[in-house]
Write a protein that binds this ligand. Structure first.
Ligand SMILES: Cc1ncc(COP(=O)(O)O)c(C=O)c1O
Length: 466
């Protein structure tokens, strides 16, 4: 390419320097990676340095295995930016934010079908993990209080959940010293069932976990079946065992696309529910919600009252300070979308999920592992090829797609699956491009593997090799 002479300023108007971001002396000297630099650098230089380094991160839109929100509207972003410095815990200073928090808890209590007489309560959390840990902790305390009241031992609590549960359930058991009784998966069963719960339950069971939309396959546990069993147990043995529903994903999906399905506070043993605002609540990370069916499900001993910020304020969280931004962004979505807006978004996600799932199964290469109760497609190879799904995932990474491939938990761990979470931002166009790319990647690896496996024997005379 032929380069031409650049005229001095004034004649052509062309700038003679490159951006000071790169030409200042700050970048002529190395900057320590793991120590705070002795002197700082201009704001634009710091920005550019970090901005450039982040090119090595994947692109969020291509992270198709993730549940969390990657896009919000400009008005939501404006609200977030305007409120970045507001500490959520300072309710005396920011009473309107506290009022908005209260409104959201109420909206969710009603969304999860609390009865008129239910005196529900709840809190914002950083995500579903914090919400689950707090929910289960409350059930442990209720159990302990009842045992002590009855003059019985309270040192051997246990909790029942499936191997399909998110790791935060195991964390709870270990951090809060509760024996986990885990229901393993089977080759043809990827969630819990009432019979398996029954086999593990006893008077020391603090709670039974039910997952609506498991992280592994997106399947839903049969909450109603488990509820009916626990109602019977209560009648026959007097053990009032609560269910905590982990609706991290489904809590913002099922009420809109399948409102008849009973999994929430309509069931008497469901005493607490968590949902991630930053998943299908359509808010950026990190906000989650924990709702108790009744304030009596949260023992008073666990509530701390803080008055040194100017008000006598009850708190039930693991941390103290946190941003207000995502709580306000949640309120924005609830007001802006309303029930009909959420229903449209979720139906759209479902339609795109069905569309991609049909294409994947139609290829003859893949088969579904779940039955698409939610817009989460879990699939595997129909016929085991000579390469692992991890290789397919790696190949797709060359195009930017981040497709998780992983083994299912114990008992079904010889099964490797892949997962696409169809979020609001995953369009029909993206589904088509992804489908073309996954088939191409499969064919490329398959061809290479076949050539690799083919014995290197020269063709016999008189035979044609096609
Ligand atoms: C079913 C389920 N429960 C809990 C969690 C943890 O949620 P968070 O990341 O909001 O803490 C997840 C995360 O994917 C999940 O899928």
């Amino acid at each position: 390419m032929l380069a031409k002479k650049v005229n001095p300023p004034g004649m052509s108007g062309t700038k003679q320097e490159i951006s000071p971001t790169y030409s200042l002396r700050y970048f002529t000297e190395s900057i320590p990676k793991y120590h705070i630099p002795k002197d700082g650098m201009p704001a634009n230089a710091a920005y550019q340095l970090i901005h450039d380094a982040l090119h090595f991160d994947g692109r969020t839109a291509f992270d198709i295995g993730s549940f969390t929100t990657i896009w919000m509207e400009p008005e939501a972003q404006k609200l977030i930016m305007e409120n970045l410095g507001k500490n959520f815990i300072d309710r005396f200073e920011y009473p309107e934010t506290a009022e908005i928090h209260q409104r959201i808890v109420n909206m969710l209590g009603h969304l999860f079908n609390a009865h008129e007489q239910d005196d529900f309560c709840g809190t914002a959390t950083v995500g579903s993990s914090e919400a689950i840990e707090l929910g289960l902790l409350a059930h442990k305390w209720t159990w302990k209080r009842n045992r002590i009241k009855q003059g019985k031992g309270a040192d051997k609590p246990n909790i029942i959940f499936g191997a399909d549960a998110h790791i935060c359930w195991d964390k709870f058991a270990r951090y809060f010293d509760v024996e986990p009784r885990i229901i393993p998966m089977e080759k043809d069963r990827f969630c819990t069932d009432a019979k398996s719960v029954m086999e593990r339950i006893d008077e020391n069971t603090i709670c039974v976990g039910a997952i609506m939309g498991t992280t592994f396959t997106g399947a839903c546990d049969p909450v109603k079946e488990i509820n009916d069993l626990l109602v019977q147990v209560k009648e026959n043995k007097g053990w009032d065992i609560p269910i905590h529903v982990d609706a991290a994903s489904a809590g913002f999906i099922l009420p809109f696309i399948n409102p008849q399905l009973e999994w929430d506070f309509r069931l008497p043993q469901v005493r607490s529910i968590n949902v991630s605002g930053h998943k299908f609540g359509l808010v950026y990370p990190g906000v989650g919600w924990l709702i108790f069916k009744n304030h009596t499900d949260l023992p008073e001993d666990l509530i701390f009252y803080v008055n040194y910020l100017g008000d006598d304020m009850p708190t039930y969280t693991l941390n103290f300070s946190r941003g207000s931004d995502m709580v306000l962004a949640q309120y924005y979505n609830l007001l802006h979308l309303g029930r009909s807006g959420y229903t449209k978004v979720m139906n759209n996600c479902m339609n795109n999920a069905r569309y991609l799932a049909n294409k994947l199964t139609g290829s003859g290469i893949f088969e579904l592992v779940n039955n698409l109760e939610l817009p989460i497609i879990t699939f595997r190879f129909k016929k085991t090829p000579d390469f692992a799904p991890f290789q397919l995932s790696q190949k797709l990474r060359e195009r930017g797609w981040m497709l998780p491939a992983y083994n299912l938990p114990e008992n079904a761990d010889d099964m490797t699956v892949m997962r696409v979470v169809v979020r609001e931002t995953f369009s029909r166009d993206m589904a088509e491009t992804f489908y073309d790319d996954i088939v191409k990647a499969y064919q490329t690896i398959n061809k290479t593997e076949m050539e690799h496996l083919r014995p290197n024997v020269p063709p016999r005379r008189g035979h044609h090799v096609t």
